[in-house]
Design a protein around this ligand. Sequence first.
Ligand SMILES: Nc1ncnc2c1ncn2[C@@H]1O[C@H](COP(=O)(O)OP(=O)(O)OP(=O)(O)O)[C@@H](O)[C@H]1O
Length: 249
Amino acid sequence: MGTGGAGRTGRPAAIALTDVSKVYPGGVRALAGVSLVVERGTFLAVMGPSGSGKSTLMHCAAGLDTPSTGTVTIDGQDIGGLSETRRTELRRERVGFVFQTYNLVPSLSVADNITLPLRLAGRAPDREWLRGLVTRVGLADRLAHRPAELSGGQQQRAAIVRALAARPAVVFADEPTGALDLRGALAVLGLLRDLVDELRQTVVMVTHDPAAAAHADAALVMVDGRVVETVVAPTAAELADRLVALGKG
Ligand SMILES: Nc1ncnc2c1ncn2[C@@H]1O[C@H](COP(=O)(O)OP(=O)(O)OP(=O)(O)O)[C@@H](O)[C@H]1O
């Protein structure tokens, strides 16, 4: 797998990790030499058993945590040499996050939730971009509502618009369908797929669910802090088989 500025197809990298390891205080080695390139405009799923290092990988790749060794670049910028302040700025500008629990502010309208990170960063929202996104995700008539007045799937779609509001280079989604029923999950996965196909967004999604990962262009399988397999154009059955085989191994 490539470790430079571009990936397999030569497209520029949204994220590149080179030989990244992470040892937590106390000695747990959560990542053991991971190298990978996430090309712009692609959808990558990260799978693996509990404790295999998925969250740690995501946190290091997103600049939320620092590797013990190795380098991480976001949108071509090596984040290792940045001060904490500059790393936070880069994250605000170039990285979006979607969580299992939506993390919307209950007292704010959907519209205000969506623009909150931009306002906190002192940036003016791009109204046209946001209007397009809100319409695309089917929330145009829900903007004045509070999150509690929306279904789980609608809340997650609002959280996705919030993550995209600043036009980030990459969106990290941590179990984005974990709290949703099948219908809500399919709507969210279809939306992520469309954002990649139509807007050339880059999405990295951590999931335990092979059916969710099958919406991605490729799925990494992690075991004990290493990427042991990359399945391109994965099917749910193929991924389920791989995970079962690893569980028995
Ligand atoms: N802050 C921390 N301090 C010490 N050890 C940690 C810390 N965070 C994670 N670990 C350990 O690092 C290893 C990898 O954890 P990580 O959360 O990255 O795995 P995961 O694949 O995301 O797991 P899950 O699927 O259960 O969320 C585990 O052994 C975990 O106990």
